[in-house]
Structure formats: C-alpha cells, structure tokens
Design a protein around this ligand. Structure first.
Ligand SMILES: *Cc1c(COP(=O)(O)O)cnc(C)c1O
Length: 379
C-alpha cells in the first residue's frame, strides 16, 4: 500500500499564477503599483465594502489595526489563546498587555463572551476575536459587547475570507494570504475597516508613515514627502498582488468545495466513527478553513498522529494554546483557561483542501478508525 502522502493543506497554484507573475516581471514595476491597487479593490468588492489596504502579512494587519487606534502601553486587549500566536504577539508589539480569554467549550472553541466580560478592567481598550476554522463568531453579539464598554473590536479573519458578515462588524479586520490559508500570495495580508480614516492610517503606516508613495512621485503627483507617524515597511509587492488577483477569483469555488468535503467528513464520521466529535458540528456557514475533530477523552493523540502518518496521512493541532508557550508562560504565568485546555487536549486537525476527493476523505476517516481501534487493543 504505497499511497502518496495526503497533506493537511495544499495550495492550488498553476499556469494562471505563472502567467500573472511573468507579466509583472515584464512590466518592470515590482512593488506597490496598479496590481496592489487592483487586488485591494477586488478584495473589497468580494467583501461588499468600499476599500481595503493590502499588507505583507496578517500579523502586520493586526499590528496596524492596533496602531491605528493608538492602543499602546497601559492598555489591555482581550485575546483568545486558541489561535495562532500572532494574534497575541501583535498586542505586545504595540506595548499593550494581552489578556487571555477562555473559549466557550470544546464543541465551540470561540472566545467566550461571559469570560470576556469577567476579564474586562478599566484598562481594557480592545478585543480581538478569531473566526476559528472559518466559523464566524457571533459578530452582532461582540459588536454589542464592545459598544457597551467603549471597546475597539478587531477581527482576526485569517481563517475566514469572503464570508458574508466577516469584516463588517469589526472596527478593523485582518486577513491572511500565507501559503496554508484558503487563498495565498505566499505571504500577504489585508485590512478591512468601515472607517475610511482607519484605512488611511493603515495605508500610511504600512509604508514608514510617509505622506506620499513612490508611484505618486513617479507619476509626478508629488515631489517630496513628509513622515508624520512612526510607520513600518509592511508593503505588499506586485508579484504577490498578481497571484492574489488570480487566487481571489477562484476562492468562492474553493470555499464551496471545502464545505462539501466538510460535509463528507461529517457523514463518514457519523457512519463509521460517531465517538469522534466535531466542533461547530451543525454549522454550515463557514469558510471551512480546516477540519478539526475532537478525539475521545481516552485517546492518546501522539499515538494516533503517528499511526495516521504511517498510513500516509498528515495531521496537526490547531492550536497549542498561546499561554502554554515558554515566552508567554514566563510573562503571564497565572493564566488559567480550563475550556481552552480541554479543547486543546482533544483536538486533531485532518487534511482539508480543495483538491481532495471524497475517496480521500473516506480514507482519512477509515485510517483514524483503524488507529483508534489499534490503540484500544494496545491498552
Ligand atoms: C495564519 C494566521 C495568522 C498570521 O498570518 P500571517 O499572514 O502568516 O501573518 C494570524 N492569525 C491566525 C488565526 C492565523 O491562522
């Protein structure tokens, strides 16, 4: 049985991306030109908003969202621990303090409104919610939560591009085009905000806080520039924007495919392995970024992952909670998040990407079934 390794994710890239890259090289203009502008507009259009600002990662997008609201030393920002470390790192970049909030429970690893309310102090300035796995949090409820307390609401939307309400409720929303996301530019990110002032601020901060861009000067619209804020080099280049334009056009079809495959997983699991549960089990409204499952309490995840690998199937964990990492343990030693720990201890992420087939889904479920059975016999 020599099947090819089934990867967790697999970026879909081909001739169209190659052609788009060659066109950039032939054009001689390599960064922050018309393609970046076109990519921003196409992303904004797909989300039903007026405009967007492209940056070189979601981490940069999160950082600039916090900068745009002058969040800094002395401020506290509520963040999940069940997310990629960048969500909390961005808070530390601006000198503010991340305050970790628990998730609702193992079957719903979204930030808990109740725990967030309990963790608010008079220093709390903002909350970052994360649409885990592509399943959007209850945005109207979070908007109300933020408004009642005068907080800034930021969406970490790395998992959930092109989902109806995502990017519409937050004061700023950050998207990722890293290579394992639903669409990719290799590295890249985007900011959405309902506020034109916030977008203008982010646009300026992504390029050193300068008041005019290279292309404006090249085109004779500006002869010089001033620097009016401490900015960064978080620019996206034309090569990445060119790939992004191709990918963006294909994203809706890929999302449909991801949802279908998620449905197939649910069907195979309910038939073959009902003891394995799904977070967000009944929800259809999702960007279906990853396929997380909850193993039975007594399963040894390390063994299961090794057994899957031996059957040619990659698996992963989303996420080791941030407060478990050495750097964060040292800085925030008293963080206790029972629901996050309970979720983490059972979570296993299985392969999901648009090029997978139903047969491969079945293969994964059967491989996990075998791994769990063999483990039982070993006990
Ligand atoms: C990938 C990811 C990020 C970071 O995105 P980059 O574009 O790699 O900076 C942030 N938050 C979440 C939830 C992610 O999955």
């Amino acid at each position: 049985m020599n099947q090819p390794m089934l990867a967790l994710g697999d970026p879909v890239l081909g001739e169209e991306e190659k052609t788009a890259l060659c066109a950039v090289i032939d054009s001689g203009w390599l960064t922050m030109g018309d393609r970046v502008g076109a990519f921003e507009q196409a992303f904004a259009d797909l989300h039903g908003v007026a405009s967007a600002v492209a940056v070189n990662s979601c981490t940069a997008a999160l950082h600039l969202c916090l900068c745009a609201f002058d969040i800094g030393p002395g401020d506290e920002v509520l963040v999940p621990a069940i997310t990629f470390v960048a969500t909390a790192n961005a808070v530390i970049y601006v000198g503010a303090t991340p305050v970790f909030v628990d998730v609702e429970g193992p079957e719903r690893p979204h930030l808990s409104l109740q725990d967030a309310a309990e963790k608010c102090t008079d220093k709390t300035r903002a909350v970052i919610v994360m649409h885990y796995g592509g399943y959007p949090v209850d945005l109207p409820a979070w908007r109300e939560f933020a408004d009642e307390r005068g907080l800034i609401l930021i969406e970490d939307a790395a998992h959930s591009p092109a989902i109806e309400e995502v990017g519409h409720w937050g004061d700023g929303s950050a998207f990722s085009f890293f290579s394992n996301k639903n669409m990719t530019t290799a590295e890249g990110g985007m900011v959405l905000s309902p506020s034109p002032e916030v977008l203008a601020r982010v646009r300026q901060l992504r390029s050193h806080g300068m008041t005019a861009t290279t292309i404006e000067r090249h085109r004779g619209h500006a002869y010089s520039y001033d620097v009016t804020a401490l900015g960064y080099n978080y620019r996206l280049d034309e090569l990445r924007a060119a790939i992004g334009l191709v990918q963006l056009a294909r994203l809706p079809a890929w999302t449909t495919r991801r949802r279908r495959l998620t449905d197939s997983y649910r069907r195979f699991f309910s038939e073959l392995l009902p003891e394995v549960h799904f977070p967000f089990a009944a929800e259809e409204h999702t960007a279906a970024h990853i396929l997380p499952v909850l193993l039975p309490d007594d399963a040894d995840r390390q063994n299961i992952m090794a057994a899957l690998r031996a059957q040619g199937i990659q698996s992963s964990i989303h996420y080791p909670p941030i407060h478990h990492f050495a750097y964060y343990r040292k800085r925030f030693p008293s963080t206790v998040l029972p629901n996050s720990d309970a979720f983490f201890s059972r979570e296993l992420t299985l392969p999901l990407h648009p090029r997978m087939t139903e047969e491969e889904v079945e293969r994964v479920v059967k491989a996990l079934q075998k791994a769990l059975r063999e483990e039982k016999h070993d006990l």
